[in-house]
Design a binder for this molecule. Structure first.
Ligand SMILES: [Zn+2]
Length: 318
């Protein structure tokens, strides 16, 4: 089962406690299926095709509880590729339901005034036309609607609940979506999907922790790389000096450091300083190491200018 369908199954078990909320949720289901609450449909038949069996059962139960005559049948969906759909048909007793919906949805077009009903409306839209990406992959909740009016109704409802819904077009459809993890968690909470809220929060925490650990590891790796590269450059310079002029030709304090580096290729400058007698601070070692590197560099430069007494020109007298 996809995450989306798990959430729908959970929300199908959330039954509205008040009749205002039941009307608001049904209104949202109808609205998402393109049904508006006009006078003509007051006595007419209503048919909605739902993709999720638990959702169809919930809508069926809500309609029955509202006093409607309802049938539930399995058939083909309207969408392509053709999928299974659960057809809920209301064949009678809609008058009372329509009245209740009009009480909650002002004038048949406005959004419900009470927060409990706004939350129920959001739930109705989601169970009917919503989908939610697995939070392991990405944070994306969307509700795909066929009509602009329905999309605007949903956007107004989201705004009333303090959520920032966004609208985009996909082929002929209107897609209302939420992107940030905070928004999705909030929407799930408002709809009453406690298990899904917990699951997304959990993944969010684990993801955050993983990112922090990765950042730490990366920065440490970068530091290690820097240290290793520096040590290699130092060893190259010291070996050059050793071959060309001999370490004995260096001032004593530099010769000591050069020998220590050759013996301990992987030691840090601080560690090298602690091996000296008397001990030398990291910055002291750094200063001496730079002198060694400088001599080596001058030696190479002198080579480039032609063979000569590099030693006399470059090295200080002892
Ligand atoms: Zn309510």
């Amino acid at each position: 089962m996809t995450f989306s369908s798990e959430v729908k199954a959970e929300l199908s078990r959330v039954m509205p406690q008040k009749s205002c909320c039941a009307a608001a949720e049904l209104a949202a289901v109808f609205r998402s299926e393109g049904i508006v609450f006009s006078q003509e449909e007051k006595s007419g038949r209503i048919a909605v095709a739902l993709g999720h069996p638990a959702v169809a059962r919930k809508v069926y139960r809500l309609l029955r509880a509202a006093g409607c005559r309802v049938t539930l049948a399995i058939g083909k969906g309207r969408r392509r590729p053709p999928t299974r759909a659960f057809h809920v048909n209301v064949t009678g007793g809609t008058d009372l339901l329509w009245e209740k919906i009009r009480d909650v949805v002002p004038g048949g077009v406005g959004i419900p005034e009470q927060v409990c009903c706004q939350r129920a409306s959001l739930r109705g839209f989601f169970i009917s036309r919503g989908s939610l990406a697995s939070p392991e992959k990405e944070y994306h909740l969307e509700i795909t609607l066929d009509q602009k009016g329905s999309a605007e109704w949903l956007l107004a409802c989201l705004e009333a609940l303090g959520l920032e819904g966004r609208l985009s077009r996909r082929k002929r459809a209107y897609v209302v979506y939420l992107k940030e993890s905070e928004q999705i968690v909030e929407a799930l909470k408002l709809m009453g999907a406690s298990a899904a809220t917990f699951a997304v929060e959990n993944i969010r925490i684990v993801k955050g922790m993983r990112n922090r650990v990765n950042r730490l590891v990366n920065s440490e790796t970068a530091n290690v790389d820097k240290t290793v590269n520096a040590a290699i450059a130092q060893l190259d310079a010291i070996r050059l000096l050793q071959e060309r002029v001999g370490l004995d030709a260096l001032p004593e304090h530099l010769a000591v450091l050069a020998r220590l580096r050759l013996q301990h290729p992987y030691a840090s400058l601080r560690e090298l300083g602690e091996m000296m007698h008397p001990k030398v601070t990291k910055s002291g070692v750094n200063y001496r190491m730079n002198r060694l590197l400088e001599y080596a560099r001058k030696l190479v430069e002198a080579d480039e200018q032609g063979p000569g007494s590099a030693r006399r020109n470059i090295l200080p007298t002892r």
